[in-house]
Design a protein around this ligand. Structure first.
Ligand SMILES: Cc1ncc(COP(=O)(O)O)c(C=O)c1O
Length: 379
């Protein structure tokens, strides 16, 4: 069912993952997979191009909303209200819209670090304030007391990432309950980015919308096919907006300000949500195998570098603090081992001495990456 990630394929790709660095570098940084997407995506997009069927088309984009709702129902037991769903050109666009329209400069926005660094950039760029609630750096659990003491009268929003990038945690009932309790107590908006929800390895994903009644009326759920099917270039996402004031403010915006996804990208995304079920199941098996391969190879050949056991996502969070490249692991790895990982420090202060590896690739490429890392650390 899955096609292979080969060097021949990745060296010919046009995207930033394999183009940013030289042909001697193996790339395992940005969140794109090396495996080709499910064939149904191209099969839906190519006829539109071949037929020159590129006039105005609003039906396809409208079909995305029920298709997303049906996907959530089949995979996660959540029945989103289609009336509350909106399309966006990316999850970050939906997040920026929520921040821009529902908070003010200086307002506190809670994040649980280490965290997907564009969240931090977005908060800073919009002149809101990062309220950093660090995850426990051994268990990677959310600390309810730390959350409570970080919140004050200027806090407006909790920005959640379920499952969590970069750690790969799926937050459990108790952790979500702590978030819901604080949200209710301090009247906070909760944005939950669930675009990793389909790529689970050991723990099922549960949408926050199904987990706690106290989140009702204050929850914005971000969804996309971009991570599940590696379609980030299509620029298509949805948000389920259970917050009347955000809906009102979005409706009051000039009609074209946020733009819309193209006919071709809507067709590809729709095909993925309609025909991608088996492919995702195979992908999860593949990712489990690659994760195990990474952990086994590290334990055997480089035990001083430890890796998290992700419950979801295709990321390993590697701890290089016991090696001679601890001061800036990703820089040393790129320059001296020709391996591109994501620098841990960009995800927050706890990321010092760490790097994030993307293991959505082939067994051969993982082996080559580990060989290069071992060679440098042993040098
Ligand atoms: C947690 C998270 N949110 C959002 C994004 C970006 O999504 P989009 O391209 O839909 O804006 C990513 C990309 O890796 C991500 O990991």
């Amino acid at each position: 069912m899955l096609e292979q990630a080969t060097y021949e394929r990745v060296r010919n790709l046009r995207g930033i993952k394999w183009r940013r660095y030289g042909d001697d570098v193996i790339s395992a940084w940005v969140a794109d997979m090396d495996i080709p997407p499910v064939k149904a995506v191209a099969e839906a997009m190519i006829p539109i191009l071949q037929d020159g069927d590129l006039g105005y088309n609003i039906d396809l984009a409208a079909q995305l909303l029920p298709a997303y709702a049906a996907w959530q129902d089949r995979h996660h037991g959540w029945n989103p209200d289609v009336e509350r769903l909106r399309t966006f050109t990316g999850s970050l666009q939906a997040l920026e819209a929520a921040l821009w329209l529902r908070t003010d400069p200086g307002d506190g926005i809670v994040v649980f670090s280490p965290i997907y660094f564009p969240f931090l950039n977005v908060i800073e760029q919009t002149k809101r304030r990062i309220v950093d609630v660090r995850l426990d750096d051994e268990t990677w659990r959310l600390d309810a007391d730390r959350l409570e003491s970080a919140i004050d009268s200027t806090t407006r929003m909790i920005l959640f990432c379920q499952p969590h990038n970069p750690i790969g945690r799926v937050f459990d009932e108790a952790e979500v309950s702590a978030v819901a309790e604080m949200a209710e107590k301090h009247d906070l908006l909760v944005v939950t980015d669930e675009i990793w929800g389909d790529l689970t390895l050991t723990t099922p994903h549960r949408p926050l919308a199904t987990m706690d009644e106290r989140l009702k009326g204050r929850l914005i759920t971000l969804g996309s096919a971009s991570k599940t099917f590696s379609l980030a270039g299509l620029r298509c996402a949805v948000a389920h907006i259970d917050d009347e004031r955000l809906t009102e403010k979005l409706d009051a915006l000039p009609m074209h300000l946020l733009g819309s996804s193209s006919t071709v990208s809507a067709a590809g995304t729709l095909a993925a949500w309609t025909h991608g079920d088996e492919w995702v199941a195979s992908m999860r098996d593949h990712l489990r195998a690659r994760c195990e391969q990474l952990q086994t190879r590290l334990a055997a050949d480089l035990p001083e570098v430890t890796m998290t056991s992700p419950e979801a996502t295709y990321f390993g969070w590697l701890d290089f603090r016991r090696t001679h490249i601890a001061d800036d692991p990703s820089k040393h790895l790129l320059n001296e081992a020709k391996v591109a990982l994501s620098p841990g420090i960009t995800f927050g202060a706890q990321g010092a001495g760490h790097a994030r590896i993307n293991f959505a690739t082939s067994a051969e490429i993982i082996d080559d990456i580990i060989d290069r890392i071992v060679e440098l650390v042993r040098r």
